[in-house]
Design a protein around this ligand. Structure first.
Ligand code: TMP
Length: 215
């Protein structure tokens, strides 16, 4: 099973993905948690370039190609082998992030993004995607608090430094992607308490697991 987590900055998707690893392991699933960008050794180098605040002048097309390069490596080296081995893979961001950030927010052609994905994905598609939705003002405040108190690194802030309208476009882009694929997406209100959000995701995931494995 392939599960992805998406959302704007400060939406809590990393925390929730970790909770779900614990939950799934308690139900006997063999889980691997990974992320994009930076799920592989090569990907970590690509991530450093992408998120460095000094990469401010990066061309949007170069940005898109770096995210897809990271993804190509990640799928070949990690996601596909683990899925083939029967593991449950939980991924903190996947291709929907490219459509939301580089497509809807940066304004690159979504047709081009889909063609690039056609080259690297083959038949790979998440079974379920949790979109943690909340207002960007709330998310950004959380993200900057985490950067200030050291729970999130301060050397990866290129996107946090983008202005509010950029993050509004990311959010509405994500909601649009979710609207088009209602079978795959579950939109979760992530503005509340993290334990409440966790319980809601567990409820949904339990139903999905029963559907996939036990019925
Ligand atoms: P993270 O902070 O969730 O690890 O994500 C890193 C940043 O990269 C985040 O600001 C969103 C951005 N991003 C894109 O712009 N496009 C992508 O395809 C991915 C995976 C992430």
């Amino acid at each position: 099973m392939f599960i992805t987590f998406e959302g704007i900055e400060g939406s809590g998707k990393t925390t929730q993905a970790r909770y779900m690893v614990k939950f799934l392991q308690s139900r006997g699933h063999d889980c691997v948690m990974t992320r994009e960008p930076g799920g592989t050794r090569i990907g970590k180098k690509i991530r450093a370039i992408l998120l460095d605040p000094e990469s401010k002048d990066m061309d949007p097309l170069a940005e898109l190609l770096l995210y897809t390069a990271d993804r190509a490596q990640h799928i070949k080296e990690l996601v596909n082998p683990f899925l083939s081995a029967g593991k449950t893979v939980l991924c903190d961001r996947f291709y929907d992030a490219t459509v939301a950030y580089q497509g809807f927010a940066r304004g690159l052609d979504i047709g081009l993004i889909n063609r690039l994905h056609g080259l690297i994905l083959e038949d790979l598609k998440p079974d379920i995607t949790f979109l943690l939705d909340l207002p960007p003002k709330v998310g950004l405040l959380r993200a900057w608090q985490q950067i200030k108190n050291g729970t999130r690194t301060g050397i990866e802030t290129r996107f946090e430094e983008e202005k509010l309208p950029f993050h509004e476009k990311v959010r509405s882009g994500y909601l649009e992607i979710a609207r088009v694929e209602p079978d795959r997406f579950r939109v979760i209100d992530a503005s509340g308490d993290k334990h409440h959000v966790r319980d809601e995701i567990i409820k949904i995931l339990s139903v999905e697991i029963n559907r996939k494995y036990e019925i």
